[in-house]
Design a protein around this ligand. Structure first.
Ligand code: SF4
Ligand code: SF4
Length: 410
């Protein structure tokens, strides 16, 4: 596609990047076929091709409106369009640049400003989040049923006795998962321990930065990312860590993007590259172990192979489109004795998408209903996924139990 970006902007790293991405798009529209918001709304401007065009117009000097901002806000950042695009357009990177430029020029309503601010304060403070969760659990019976479903019961913690191993990974716990579902990280430690891999945890861990990034607080996001790098880099350098991993694929994909986000930062570019390169989803580690030593690894992996449940595995977008890790977890679960049922539109987003389920509730609920409808049609005992956001979102709409895949193995 031909471009004519504003000259001053074209001299910046973002301008050069945006121009390169825009020129790679041939405007064929194949991406619209797999875009969840285009499928729901049927408006070209709520599909990837239309959004690319809106960003192009803005970067070429056209004044964006609140409507332009809304079309971009409605994007789930699921990156399904990237999986479909035959020209390899880096849509998410262009969206980051476009959103940032449009948000500089279009003010948000007071309600939106308040909502974004509150979400950031709530999710970035472990203390505040824990407190609110405890209060929510206490008064759960008095809350409306839709809200009750969103508050998970307190998990009875599973125990794990750490053992030293020569092979080590850095396991990052994240911001809200330790309070909501502490057993997921413990399950990761148990499973990796069975594979003779030790999990090292950094002394302080919080948000990966994606929350602030997606709520348009870019300075805050960069500050969080740099603080994380400051904490993790010395451990990586000193402890002979072979990989960095997280059990939430939504946070994992954010760490994978550190390299791209900081590539123009003289002080952090190299460190960010090291961190992103080292990042691996737990499924990559487990899958590689099975491949290398199939019989031993599977018997090591699962405590009790008598399980024979029908399960449906929902692959989070961050795993299948963001990190391009497809069909890794299903074979592991099959090998461990689970019957993994396939269902329609597995490639589509469930509507969770970080804070999207709060900021774009109607669209999010529609996607949730579609996803659960397809899963319920095949009849399963349990729904399984790989990201805490998807897990809680799916659970909010069904009585069928939703679990993280690693929890199934312990
Ligand atoms: S992003 Fe890819 S699929 Fe979509 S219009 Fe551009 S080239 Fe075609
Ligand atoms: S990221 Fe997802 S919602 Fe956004 S344009 Fe691409 S396919 Fe559509």
């Amino acid at each position: 596609m031909k471009t004519n970006l504003i000259n001053d902007f074209l001299q910046t790293p973002e301008g050069i990047e945006a121009d390169k991405i825009l020129r790679s798009c041939v405007h064929c529209g194949f991406c619209n076929a797999t875009c969840p918001t285009y499928q729901l709304l049927g408006d070209e401007l709520d599909g990837p091709r239309g959004r690319i065009y809106l960003i192009k117009q803005t970067l070429e000097g056209k004044t964006p409106s609140r409507q332009t901002q809304l079309h971009l806000d409605r994007c789930l950042t699921c990156r399904n369009c990237e999986s479909t695009c035959p020209s390899g357009v880096n849509y998410s990177q262009l969206l980051n640049i476009g959103r940032s430029e449009i948000n500089k020029r279009v003010s948000r309503s007071l309600y939106q400003q308040f909502l974004h601010f509150s979400l950031r304060k709530l999710f970035l403070s472990r203390f505040l989040f824990s407190l609110l969760l405890s209060v929510g659990r206490l008064f759960k019976p008095l809350l409306p049923s839709s809200l009750q479903q969103s508050i998970p019961e307190k998990q009875g913690k599973i125990s794990f006795q750490k053992k030293p191993h020569a092979r080590k990974v850095l396991l990052i716990s994240g911001c809200v998962q330790p309070d909501l579902k502490p057993n997921i990280d413990t399950a990761a430690k148990i499973v990796l321990d069975r594979l003779n891999i030790e999990c090292i945890e950094p002394p302080s861990a919080g948000c990966c930065g994606s929350l602030s990034h997606h709520l348009n607080a870019e300075d805050e996001a960069f500050k969080i990312i740099k603080t994380n790098i400051d904490h993790w880099y010395p451990l990586v350098a000193n402890e002979q860590i072979e990989a960095i991993c997280m059990t939430a694929s939504g946070c994992g994909v954010a760490i994978k993007e550190y390299e791209q986000l900081l590539k123009s930062d003289g002080e952090y570019a190299e460190k960010a590259k090291t961190i992103s390169t080292l990042y691996k989803d737990p499924a990559e580690i487990v899958s590689a172990e099975i491949k290398n030593n199939k019989q031993t690894s599977i018997s090591q992996l699962i405590k009790d192979d008598s399980s024979n449940k029908n399960i449906a595995f929902h692959p989070p977008c961050t795993l299948q489109h963001g990190m391009k890790l497809n069909n890794l977890i299903e074979p592991i679960l099959s090998d461990c004795g689970f019957e993994v049922k396939s269902f329609k539109d597995k490639h589509l987003c469930c509507g969770s998408a970080g804070t999207y389920s709060i900021t774009q509730k109607a669209l999010s609920q529609q996607l949730l209903a579609n996803k659960l409808g397809h899963i319920e049609k095949v009849g399963t005992d349990m729904i399984v996924t790989a990201n805490i956001g998807c897990q809680l979102h799916l659970q909010s709409g069904t009585d069928t139990q939703v679990k993280h895949w690693l929890e199934l193995l312990v």
